[in-house]
Design a protein around this ligand. Structure first.
Ligand SMILES: Cc1cc2nc3c(=O)[nH]c(=O)nc-3n(C[C@H](O)[C@H](O)[C@H](O)COP(=O)(O)O)c2cc1C
Length: 203
């Protein structure tokens, strides 16, 4: 079993990384492989709404997105990490998520998913809920933890001092491992998906 953790922060080893690493260490201790990939360091552009992915099965923009997206789509679970920027996800991560879920949603159904955010002071609720919006429309299972998923700190490494935040991150690791093991032990197939009705409110 493998979990991909996506780090939206341009600070490769900042507070978002710390939170993701904390969750991944627990997953590793539970026997689950992890990989943290840094999206924030790349120049991931926004979705162009060209629709070419519908035929290509992948995004046609060549900016490093597809390599990471394919890894995430093949994983058994994903953790999406972002620094809080103006009470929301950071721009590069939003570009990645728009494109990722537009192409790969169908491969993510019923896989465990979690959000982790890093912030100095406020904006956590809107930020993790933005990430949850992607998870729920893709019919993913949101991994619960002991508090809303934010770790507090401004400068790199400061989040380590947020003992409750680090506990929340460990909870993500432990609870995602539980969900993955439940699925591995089960022979119940995921429900069939009905063909999509597209109703755009136009008569
Ligand atoms: C452009 C920008 C906007 C930010 N906006 C917020 C904010 O709305 N709320 C907040 O608490 N912190 C905000 N911060 C602080 C970062 O969220 C905080 O430093 C966080 O730990 C960064 O995570 P990182 O080390 O993974 O990059 C902002 C930082 C930047 C650079």
């Amino acid at each position: 079993m493998k979990v991909i953790a996506i780090n939206g922060s341009p600070r490769k080893d900042g507070n978002t990384y710390l939170a993701l690493k904390t969750a991944c260490d627990i997953l590793n201790a539970e026997g689950i492989e992890t990989e943290i990939v840094n999206v924030g360091a790349l120049n991931i552009t926004g979705c162009k709404a060209c629709g070419a992915c519908a035929n290509a099965g992948k995004c046609v923009i060549n900016d490093g997105f597809n390599e990471i997206a394919e890894k995430a789509a093949a994983a058994d679970g994903i953790i999406v990490g972002t620094p809080v920027y103006y009470a929301g996800v950071n721009g590069t991560l939003k570009s990645f998520l728009d494109r990722f879920f537009y192409v790969h949603s169908s491969k993510m159904r019923f896989k465990p998913a979690a959000a982790l955010t890093a912030l100095r002071r406020s904006g956590v609720t809107h930020t993790y809920q933005t990430i949850y919006n992607f998870f729920t429309i893709a019919e993913m299972l949101i991994t619960p933890t002991s508090y809303w998923p934010g770790v507090h700190g401004r400068l790199k490494g400061e989040a380590e001092q947020d003992l409750e935040g680090m506990q929340v991150a460990r909870g993500i690791g432990r609870n995602m491992a539980y969900l993955l093991k439940l699925q591995a032990a089960s022979n119940i197939p995921v429900p069939e998906k009905e063909p999509k009705e597209m109703f755009n409110y136009i008569r």
